[in-house]
Design a protein around this ligand. Structure first.
Ligand code: ADP
Length: 603
C-alpha cells in the first residue's frame, strides 16, 4: 500500500506536520513555563530586592516590623499590602509566615492544614538554615521540572525571626499548557487535513505526468512508437518526457534501420544461389533457403544435421571450432558437385552451425571442358606437325629421292601446313566470338541471295561427288538483318558437311521459308547420318562422330561450334531435325530483324 509514490508523499507530509507540531508544541510549552518562572522571580525581586541579598527597602521595613511583639501579624499586613505586586491569589499563589527557627506555620493566606500538605522544599530548608547560622540568604532557586515555584525569605528583627514563604503551585501555567496543548492538537488535526489535501494535489501534479510516462513506456515496450507523450511542463519531469520522446523516436529509427537490414538479408537469403542452412545447438534446422533444398534434391526442413552432413563432419566437431575457423568438403548429390562449408556461428547455448553450399558443377564442367579443349588443340596440331617434321626429315636425310616422290612429300607438307592454318584460323574465330571481340557487321540483305551464293559455291564440289543438289526454296524470301559473310559461312559449313558426309551420288536438299518473325533454312542429306547418342554433342568443340573420316575430309571439328556461336549472336538457333530415313537434316532459324542497337540499314 505504501509502495505507491502517492501514499509515500501523503505519509511524508503527515510525518512532517506531526513532527513540526510536536517540536513547536514542546518549544512553546517549555517557553511558557520558563516565562512563568521568570515572571515569578522578577515579581519577587521587585518586592524583596536582589535574590542574593535581602537589603531592599521593603525587607528593611519587614525586619523592623518583625522586631515588634506581634511580628507575624505585622508581617502579614505588610505582605498583604504588596499582594498585588507579588501576584498573590488564594488559588495558585499563597504566602505563609513561618517561625524562623522551627519552621512552624504562624499565619498566611491559607490555613495551617494547607501548609502542612506542602512538602519541605529546598528553598525552605535554605532559609531555615540561614537563620540558624545567622546569615540571611534567600532561598529562591526553583527547578523547571519541579512542578511548583517558591521563595523563602528569612526575616530577622530583634529576637524574632520569621520566614516569609511564597509558594506557587503552577496551576496557572499547567492550565495554560493544557490550553496550549489543546490548541496544538487542534492545529495539528487541521494541519494534517490540509497536508493530506495538499499532498493529494501535489501528487496529482507530480504523479500524473509520471503515470503518463509509464503508459508511454509500456506502449513503446509493446512496439508502438507512433504516439508521443505530451510535454506539459518545463520542470525535470518535462525534460524527462522530452528525453523519453526523443529516445522513442531514435529507437524507432534504429528499429526501422534494423528491420530494413533484416529484410535485405532475408531477400538475399531467399534469392541467393548459394544454399544456406542454420542449425541450432541440438542439430535441428533453424533456417534454410530454397537453394539448399534445390541443391540437395529434397525438402531439408524434414531433416536434421546428422542426416544431412553428419557422416562427413560430426556435429560436435564443427561446434568445437573457434570462430573464424571452418571446415569444408565436397558432396556429390544427384550429379551435382557441391562445395560444403561448415562453421559455428556463436559460442555457448544459443550457438549453432551455419552450412553454406556452393554448386560448382558448372565450374567443374567448364574446367573439364577447358582441359579437354587444350588437350584437343594439342592433339589436333601434333598430328600435322609430326607429319610435317617426318616428311621434312626424310627429304633432308635421303639424297636420291625421285623427283615425283619429293614433290608428293612437299605436297603433304603443304597440305598439313594448310590444315594447321585452318585449325588456327578456326580457333582464332572461336576465341574472338567467345570474347565478344568479333563485331557483327549487321546489314540488310536478301536471305535468298545468300543461300543462292552458298549453293553456287558448292555446286562444283557436289557435282564432283556425283551429288544431286536440290534447291527447294521459292522466290518469296524476305530481306534479313545480319552479318552476311558470317551467315554465309554458317550455311557453307552445313551444306559442306552434307556433301562431305554423304557417300558419292547422294541427294542434298536445301529448303528455306518464313515462320512468323523468323526465316529458316534446312539442309537435308541422305548420307551416313549421325547416331542418336552423338546428336547433342556435334556442336561441341572438336567433337566428331568419325574422327578419321572428318580429318580425311579436311574437317577440324570446329565448324559447327563456330556456326552455333554465329547463329546465337544473331539471336537465332541451329539444331538437328528428326527426320525419317537415313541422313541428316540441319535447321537454321534467324530473326528477320535484329532488335539490337547499331543495326545498319544499308540495303
Ligand atoms: P568437321 O570439321 O569435322 O566437319 P563439324 O563441327 O562441322 O566438324 O562437324 C562435327 C561432326 O559432326 C563431324 O565431324 C561429323 O562427324 C558430324 N556431322 C556434321 N554434319 C554431318 C552430316 N551432314 N552427316 C553426318 N555427320 C555429320
Amino acid at each position: 500500500m505504501f509502495r505507491s509514490l502517492h501514499m509515500k508523499l501523503v505519509l511524508i507530509m503527515l510525518l512532517l506536520i506531526t513532527s513540526l507540531m510536536a517540536i513547536v508544541g514542546a518549544f512553546l510549552m517549555t517557553s511558557v513555563t520558563g516565562f512563568y518562572i521568570d515572571e515569578f522571580y522578577q515579581q519577587m525581586e521587585s518586592v524583596f530586592g536582589d535574590s542574593s541579598s535581602t537589603s531592599g527597602a521593603f525587607v528593611s521595613s519587614l525586619r523592623e516590623e518583625a522586631a515588634q511583639e506581634d511580628g507575624a501579624q505585622k508581617l502579614q499586613n505588610m505582605i498583604e499590602s504588596r499582594a498585588g505586586d507579588l501576584g498573590l491569589n488564594s488559588r495558585t499563589r499563597n504566602y505563609y509566615i513561618l517561625d524562623g527557627r522551627t519552621g512552624q506555620y504562624l499565619t498566611g493566606s491559607e490555613d495551617k492544614e494547607a501548609f502542612d500538605h506542602l512538602q519541605t522544599t529546598p528553598n525552605l530548608l535554605t532559609a531555615r538554615n540561614s537563620i540558624a547560622s545567622g546569615t540571611s540568604v534567600v532561598g529562591d532557586r526553583s527547578d523547571i521540572t519541579a512542578g511548583y515555584m517558591d521563595v523563602a525569605i528569612p526575616i530577622t528583627g530583634g529576637d524574632n525571626s520569621f520566614i516569609i514563604y511564597i509558594y506557587d503551585n503552577r496551576d496557572t501555567v499547567s492550565e495554560l499548557n493544557s490550553q496550549l496543548f489543546l490548541i496544538i492538537v487542534q492545529a495539528l488535526l487541521v494541519g494534517l487535513l490540509i497536508s493530506v489535501l495538499l499532498s493529494f494535489l501535489l501528487s496529482k501534479t507530480m504523479i500524473t505526468p509520471i503515470e503518463r510516462l509509464t503508459e508511454g513506456a509500456e506502449r513503446v515496450a509493446a512496439g508502438d512508437f507512433s504516439s508521443t507523450i505530451a510535454v506539459e511542463s518545463t520542470d525535470e519531469i518535462g525534460i524527462l518526457t522530452t528525453t523519453f520522446n526523443d529516445m522513442a523516436s531514435v529507437l524507432q529509427d534504429t528499429l526501422e534501420a534494423v528491420e530494413n537490414e533484416r529484410n535485405k538479408l532475408d531477400t538475399l537469403f531467399l534469392h541467393m544461389t548459394d544454399g544456406v542452412v542454420a542449425f541450432a545447438s541440438d542439430g535441428s534446422i533453424l533456417h534454410s533457403n530454397p537453394a539448399v533444398s534445390q541443391m540437395l534434391g529434397k525438402e531439408v526442413s524434414f531433416y536434421d544435421y546428422d542426416e544431412l552432413f553428419g557422416q562427413q563432419f560430426p556435429f560436435q566437431q564443427v561446434m568445437s571450432l573457434q570462430r573464424p575457423d571452418f571446415v569444408s568438403g565436397e558432396l556429390t548429390v544427384g550429379g551435382r558437385i557441391l562445395e560444403l562449408y561448415l562453421a559455428p556461428f556463436s559460442d555457448g547455448e544459443d550457438g549453432g552451425v551455419m552450412a553454406v553450399l556452393h554448386d560448382v558443377t558448372a565450374q567443374r564442367k567448364n574446367e573439364e571442358m577447358r582441359k579437354e579443349f587444350v588437350a584437343n588443340v594439342s592433339h589436333e596440331l601434333r598430328t600435322p606437325l609430326t607429319n610435317v617434321r617426318s616428311y621434312a626429315e626424310t627429304l633432308r636425310d635421303s639424297e636420291d629421292i625421285p623427283r615425283d616422290m619429293e614433290n608428293s612429300f612437299l605436297d603433304i607438307i603443304i597440305s598439313e601446313t594448310d590444315r594447321m592454318t585452318h585449325i588456327v584460323q578456326d580457333l582464332l574465330t572461336l576465341s574472338r566470338l567467345d570474347s565478344g571481340r568479333a563485331d557483327m557487321k549487321m546489314v540488310r540483305f536478301p536471305f535468298r541471295e545468300a543461300i543462292d551464293s552458298v549453293c553456287r559455291a558448292v555446286e562444283l564440289e557436289a557435282k564432283r561427288r556425283g551429288h544431286t543438289l536440290v534447291r527447294k526454296y521459292g522466290a518469296a524470301l524476305p530481306m534479313i538483318t545480319g552479318d552476311r559473310s558470317r551467315l554465309e559461312q554458317v550455311m557453307m559449313n552445313v551444306v559442306g558437311n552434307a556433301i562431305k558426309y554423304t557417300p558419292d551420288g547422294g541427294t542434298i536438299e536445301v529448303d528455306a521459308g518464313i515462320t512468323g518473325q523468323n526465316v529458316w533454312m534446312e539442309v537435308s542429306d541422305n548420307g551416313i547420318g549421325i547416331p542418336k547418342q552423338d546428336r547433342e554433342r556435334i556442336f561441341e568443340r572438336f567433337y566428331r562422330v568419325d574422327k578419321a573420316r572428318s580429318r580425311e575430309s579436311g574437317g577440324t571439328g570446329l565448324g559447327l561450334s563456330i556456326a552455333r556461336e554465329i547463329v546465337l549472336r544473331h539471336n537465332g538457333s541451329i539444331a538437328l531435325t528428326d527426320h525419317d530415313g537415313p541422313g541428316t537434316t540441319v535447321r537454321i532459324v534467324l530473326p528477320i530483324r535484329q532488335e539490337e542497337n547499331g543495326e545498319d540499314h544499308h540495303e
